[in-house]
Design a binder for this molecule. Structure first.
Ligand code: MSP
Length: 779
């Protein structure tokens, strides 16, 4: 969906505010760098831009981390907040404001918002007994002993008198709002999940806590502190001046609110796309224009996070390759909205390929030749030949394509296309070899040839440099000077991106001195970065947050293993007992299973069981389970089990084919049947296989691209041992279309195939005898 655009000459964008229990790592830097690139482009387009970032400092999690560190929460928060801010400065990020939720301006605004919600009748007092995830600071449905569906940690039971926000009153309003504003949230996976979460029913939300005190007191009832997410989300307005009496603050708020873009990590979309607009609607404040979720940066197969211990610091990459290299890698390598793997090898490869040997080398060749052949003064281009005309057309094309891709946050696409122009200019230089005079060309003709080729190449470089400036600000600045264009920051202030057009570089321009841009990274670059990371463990910086690690480690001891993540926290429900029992009742008759590259036959289990099975996950999840239970029951059972798997309070794992499954804990009332409502939650649709291919090193998985008529999807299915990929192409199958996306082997799977499972475990794909249109729903 295209991003909602205010079409006005002001633009307000925000990052999430970062928890201060963890030191900043590349995952945090990613969100902030993306915002910085957007902010730079907007400013250079002459748009009055306000870029906000900051730190989220209240809540039980921070209070506990501080306690463990033997510091007051304020001391603790101040130290880590300074680390975030210091790093953003070191990376040259151009935020306009950095808010800390412990600041007075924020406290004042949150209290005003709380009072407004209460005065307008949307807050009431009640009591809450239920589960709470301290790590996510989120309420979780389920009985004591429930694990958080988002982070997998064990929840705590809280029993408190609370203030409640009437979230239930916003179910219909939100759905209408999403419908009327298709560009409000994205990517599509986020949009789908948010909508189905709201459609699933909204319960009133507890918005105060009494069991700890590190927070903002509820106005008029100070034994309560405001729920940390209401506190945190409000930063987007309090930073602008909401709640202040100062006319300058009020003017800023009036000018910049509503926000044009909240850029967030996908795991916090429920808070931003459901709670936040509901709070604002209730308070009578306009809602933001758009929320966009970035995917996760993965390292060593998992989400980069402190508690997993798999973090890489931005400083490390900056020290070895420079901040621009990091920016380029993150934006070029990861299609925005999807998860992306970070590795030092991939980073160095991209750096050498695209920056050192690509753009950097091109600039250096051209600038050096202008110095060598023309004393550093750009010659007249002269008369174009077809080669120049072609290059000029490509540059015009690149200009036209860059903005739409960038503005839709398709940075990878924008850069990929721009680098086609880099390659084309490179090829043009090589083909026209201005350094070599053929024997049949006179000296004077050669001078004209050199002038034409170098002036044309330099102009193309100028265009590439202007467009890439928001992503490579330092390097673009150096090139700008070498092209004799002065300071690029000044050009940006003068809205130079509004007039990027062929022909801006004038003959007679004196070039600056050539200067290295991206020195080639040598073999040891990876090792140097690895060493820096290793050395950093246990330094003074860690002394502050290392204790925070202890807090996380303490909760990790009681943690359940990570449940497969869905971007939204969905309410956990008890697993249907059949999910474990069915396979034990194995009979000879075939059954119907759902086959995805993940969980065919799931079973709730204890952390210990998970530990045993973890190593088998990737391969065995692909294997369809022969449950052998009669068709009708198993079909329903498997559907329910899958539905529950995204909601289970324990982590589902696949059973290796033939291995005994652990029985589920008996529940009080075995749910033998599901209702029609339960069934209709599962969206079964007809799809056609367009592409089917094997996945390297995954002998059970196939990667499929299927057409649903209204959209195309990628699905990973554990059927590689039973179907030749080529034979699947064109086949019409049945898929579960509303299953939360899952990642396997770095690839996203968006749905699940339906197949009967034979006695030996072989799947037989469900299909039709009659002609059926794509996308038709099975009811
Ligand atoms: N404090 C809340 C946000 C409140 S916003 C009103 C929070 N903080 S956080 O520090 O845990 O995470 C903040 C953001 O950091 C994530 O939403 C995401 O944007 C970014 N990331 C942290 N780790 C990340 C990765 N491994 N990969 C990509 N982004 C990640 O949630």
């Amino acid at each position: 969906m295209p991003i909602n655009d205010s079409n006005s000459n002001r633009y307000y964008l925000t990052t999430p505010i970062y928890y201060v229990n963890a030191r900043p790592h590349l995952g945090h830097a990613y969100s902030t760098i993306v915002c910085d690139a957007i902010a730079r482009r907007k400013r250079a387009l002459g748009i009055d831009t306000w870029f906000l970032t900051g730190t989220d400092e209240h809540g039980q999690k921070i209070e506990r981390s501080a306690q463990l560190a033997g510091r007051t929460p304020m001391e603790f928060a101040t130290a880590i907040s300074a680390e975030f801010r210091g790093l953003w400065d070191q990376l040259g990020l151009t935020y306009d404001d950095f808010i800390r939720t412990t600041e007075e301006r924020h406290k004042r605004g949150v209290q005003k918002l709380f009072a407004a919600l209460r005065d307008r009748g949307f807050i009431y007092k009640g009591s809450y007994t239920g589960q709470y995830c301290v790590s996510d600071e989120a309420y979780v449905d389920g009985p004591p002993g429930t694990y958080c569906p988002d982070c997998g940690r064990l929840t705590e039971t809280v029993s408190e008198e609370n203030y409640f926000f009437k979230l239930s009153a916003f179910e219909r309003k939100l759905l209408e709002f999403y419908e009327a504003n298709p560009g409000f949230m994205g990517p599509d996976s986020t949009r789908r999940e948010v909508i189905s979460f709201v459609r699933g029913g909204l319960k009133d939300l507890s918005v105060s806590r009494t069991s700890f005190s590190w927070g903002i007191p509820v106005p008029g009832d100070e034994k309560h502190v405001v729920y940390v997410w209401l506190d945190a989300l409000a930063n987007y307005i309090t930073a602008l001046g909401y709640g202040s009496d100062d006319p300058a603050d009020q003017a800023r708020f009036a000018k910049f609110w509503p926000a044009d873009l909240h850029l967030i990590g996908k795991e916090i979309s429920r808070f931003h796309c459901v709670y936040w607009p509901a709070f604002l609607m209730a308070a009578g404040i306009p809602v933001p224009r758009s929320v966009r979720a970035n995917g996760w940066l993965l390292f060593d197969q998992g989400k980069m996070s402190k508690s997993k211990g798999n973090i890489v610091r931005a400083e490390t990459v900056q020290a070895v390759l420079g901040a621009d290299a990091l920016r380029y890698f993150l934006l070029r390598e990861i299609p925005f909205g999807q998860d992306g793997s970070f590795s030092f090898d991939a980073l160095v490869q991209r750096y050498n390929g695209d920056l050192a040997n690509g753009y950097g080398n091109l600039v250096s060749r051209v600038v050096n030749m202008v110095h060598k052949y023309f004393g550093g003064v750009l010659p007249e281009v002269g008369v174009d030949t077809p080669a120049e005309t072609k290059l000029r057309e490509s540059a015009i094309h690149a200009i036209a394509n860059f903005a739409p891709a960038f503005d839709e946050l398709n940075f990878a696409e924008a850069l990929k296309n721009l680098w086609l122009l880099v390659a084309e200019v490179d090829g043009y230089l090589t083909a026209n070899a201005p350094w070599k005079r053929p024997a049949d060309r006179s000296e004077s003709d050669h001078a004209l040839h050199q002038a034409r080729v170098l002036a044309t190449a330099a102009e193309a470089i100028r265009i590439i440099t202007a467009l890439v400036y928001p992503i490579l600000p330092d390097s673009a600045g150096k090139v700008w000077r070498q092209l004799g264009q002065g300071e690029i920051a000044d050009a940006a202030k003068n809205a130079f991106l509004t007039e990027v057009a062929w022909g801006g570089l004038k003959a007679g321009t004196r070039f600056g001195e050539p200067a290295p841009l991206f020195p080639r990274a040598e073999k040891d670059a990876v090792e140097r970065m690895q060493n820096l990371e290793e050395k950093n463990v246990g330094t003074a910086v860690d002394a502050v947050s290392g204790n925070a690690d202890a807090a996380d480690a303490a909760s990790a001891v009681t943690s359940a293993p990570q449940a497969p993540q869905s971007a939204l926290g969905v309410s956990p429900v008890p697993a249907p007992p059949e999910s474990a029992a069915a396979p034990e009742r194995a009979t000879a008759s075939p059954s119907v299973v759902l086959v995805q590259g993940q969980l065919a036959g799931t079973v709730p289990h204890s952390p210990a069981v998970h530990a045993q099975l973890e190593g088998q996950l990737t391969e065995h999840t692909a294997a369809p389970v022969d449950s052998g239970t009669p068709v009708a029951t198993v079909q329903v059972h498997q559907v329910a089990a899958e539905l529950a798997s995204s909601r289970l309070n324990t982590t589902p794992v696949a059973a290796p084919a033939g291995a005994p499954l652990q029985p589920a804990e008996p529940t009080a009332e075995p749910a033998q049947h599901i209702t029609i409502d339960d069934f209709t939650k599962v969206e079964l649709r007809v799809a056609q296989i367009l592409v089917a291919e094997r996945i390297p090193k995954a002998d059970k998985l196939l990667r499929l691209e299927v057409d649903l008529g209204y959209e195309k999807r990628q699905i990973l299915a554990g059927i590689a041992q039973y179907y030749e990929p080529e034979k699947l192409i064109g086949r019409k199958i049945v898929i579960v279309a509303n299953l939360a996306p899952r990642k396997m082997r770095g690839l996203e799977s968006n749905g699940m195939l339906l197949a009967a499972s034979l006695q030996d475990g072989a799947p037989v794909l469900a299909g039709f005898l009659e002609e059926v249109p794509l996308g038709a729903r099975l009811k």
